[in-house]
Design a protein around this ligand. Structure first.
Ligand SMILES: O=C(O)C(=O)[C@@H](O)CO
Ligand SMILES: [Mg+2]
Length: 257
């Protein structure tokens, strides 16, 4: 079986954030990920990780004004200075937390800006982030997210384009974060997509479809895909980014099966 990380923005959400670390460790997870660390001092989070014996696997770069509906700024012309400042903030957290992967949200498609300009801005910002994180030996990940159900208007909403943008950025430490829930909604054909692009996949996330609940609650054949990842020698993490149907612990039966 692959290595599973608990996404603390989704799992153990019955508890206040600081308490989720110990709950994840008690449930058998060795690693954790979550959307954003910035509301807490890095030293405090490092303490929660240390006390629980957990590895910090992933978090996101600052996304712009999340509360106002922004979902990243990497493709947005005119926001480059803010993007670069966010990279520096995330670098400090990654260093303090020993984290070697960050996800860079692309942003929502702005009205009236042509596609070539969005693509050029995105590639330039990603190169900047990749070069800064290379000093830490860390990877910058890009994730195709479905714009039909979960993130209407999201610019990077195509799996094939994520892999071709990853190639166009042309940095060894830029990889695709393949969230199999989003990929299933966007296009399906999950096994072939993994097999054809394995060397560009830096992280995997899971949830079943429909509903974004536990593996086994929907149409995706996760036992088949986990066996495929083992057979292909995938050495990365698999982040559990799903909404438990009842409680987190009750929903973890799929992990022990
Ligand atoms: O929504 C997802 O899927 C994610 O992985 C998030 O990091 C995007 O905000
Ligand atoms: Mg995801």
């Amino acid at each position: 079986m692959p290595k599973f990380a608990a996404n603390l923005s989704f799992l153990f959400a019955e508890q206040p954030f600081p308490e989720r670390f110990a709950r994840a460790a008690a449930a058998g997870f060795a690693g954790v990920e979550y959307l954003f660390p910035y509301a807490w001092p890095a030293a405090e989070i490092a303490g929660w990780l240390r006390d629980a014996g957990l590895q910090q696997v992933l978090f996101n770069l600052p996304p712009g004004d999340w509360a106002a509906g922004e979902r990243g700024i990497a493709c947005l012309p005119g926001r480059e200075k803010e993007f670069a400042a966010g990279v520096e903030q995330a670098l400090a957290y990654a260093e303090a937390l020993g984290c070697r992967r960050v996800h860079c949200l692309a942003g929502l498609r702005p009205a009236g800006v042509d596609e070539a300009r969005l693509t050029a801005t995105y590639i330039a910002n990603l190169r900047h982030a990749a070069d800064r994180f290379a000093a830490l030996g860390a990877s910058v990940l890009i994730e195709p997210i479905n714009s039909r159900i979960d993130m209407p208007g999201y610019w990077l909403d195509d799996v094939g384009r994520a892999f071709s943008l990853c190639a166009a950025v042309d940095r060894d430490n830029v990889r695709v974060q393949l969230d199999l829930y989003h990929a299933q909604i966007i296009q399906g054909d999950l096994a072939r997509t993994i097999e054809a692009n394995l060397e560009r996949i830096g992280h995997i996330q899971i949830a079943d479809n429909p509903g974004r609940h536990e593996p086994g609650s929907g149409e995706i054949n996760y036992p088949f895909l986990f066996a495929l990842l083992d057979r292909l020698g995938y050495a990365g993490w698999v982040g559990c980014e799903y909404q438990p149907m009842t409680t987190t612990e009750a929903g973890l039966a799929w992990l022990t099966k």
